[in-house]
Design a protein around this ligand. Sequence first.
Ligand SMILES: [Zn+2]
Length: 85
Amino acid sequence: MTMQFAPTKPPDKVKILCGKCRVPFREKIKNVREGFQVQCPNCTKLITFSTDSADPTVQRAFTEVRRIKNGMMLSINRGDSEYSR
Ligand SMILES: [Zn+2]
């Protein structure tokens, strides 16, 4: 176990709210990047991640990923495990 190195398990997925059916689903953080496409498991709408997308679904996903990554950095620098969602 590498418990002392990673006191809290950082989330590896972000919540994505489908703009079509409004049903949230989760996608891996590493998949939320330029040019990647995911399909909504509920309505099969294809969502294309792009930083200049006008789709609020996509923009929200990017914001969420950035927030999680910043949170991970902060907790590493501070050496504390306080991470609240
Ligand atoms: Zn959907």
